[in-house]
Design a protein around this ligand. Structure first.
Ligand code: FAD
Length: 140
């Protein structure tokens, strides 16, 4: 059975590009072995991540991620059983926020600032889906 989990968190300190790339590298090394796919977004001290895969694999990795000292205030925005993956092409894709159109954020939230703590999981997932459709995801 496949599930999709969406969460947000706050970095414990401002992430350097090298630190962010280290998380992505580790994710891309670990995720294929357990069949996990998804996207990671980091902006203004906030992480947003969607994880897809088998229920046991997603739950186990989420538990390890929650325990990670590099972030805090982890909040699940959405958890659902799914029939198919939306982000199958990425062992952990990185959302390129330089290509994030403010008008697209405004379509799904109250302001042009991307604040997952003020958005519904449904809206955030729809935004991520549009980012995929518009080619704003980099690396695999
Ligand atoms: P270990 O590698 O043994 O690490 C144990 C703890 O040490 C971690 O929890 C962390 O607090 C700390 N740590 C580890 N490496 C570093 C480092 N380079 N710098 C500072 N502290 C460190 N892992 C995945 O496999 N897939 C993912 O999709 C994924 N997404 C993540 C998203 C975010 C926002 C964050 C912060 C981490 C993510 N990770 C991901 C990493 C994950 O939290 C674990 O570090 C990883 O799963 C390895 O688990 P482990 O139990 O072997 O921990």
């Amino acid at each position: 059975m496949l599930v999709r989990l969406l969460y947000a968190s706050r970095a414990t300190h401002a992430m350097s590009e090298a630190e962010l790339q280290a998380i992505l590298k580790s994710s891309r090394e670990h995720n294929p072995a357990t069949g996990l796919t998804g996207l990671l977004c980091y902006s203004d001290g906030i992480f947003i991540q969607v994880l897809e895969g088998g229920r046991d694999a997603v739950n186990a990795r989420y538990k390890a991620i929650v325990d990670d000292q590099r972030h805090r205030d982890v909040i699940i925005l959405s958890y659902e059983e799914i029939g198919e993956r939306h982000f199958a092409g990425w062992s952990m894709g990185q959302v390129n926020l330089h290509r994030l159109n403010p008008a697209l954020v405004l379509k799904y939230s109250a302001t042009t600032k991307l604040d997952p703590y003020a958005m519904s999981g449904h809206a955030l997932m729809a935004l991520f889906q549009e980012l995929v459709n518009t080619g704003a995801i980099v690396c695999s």
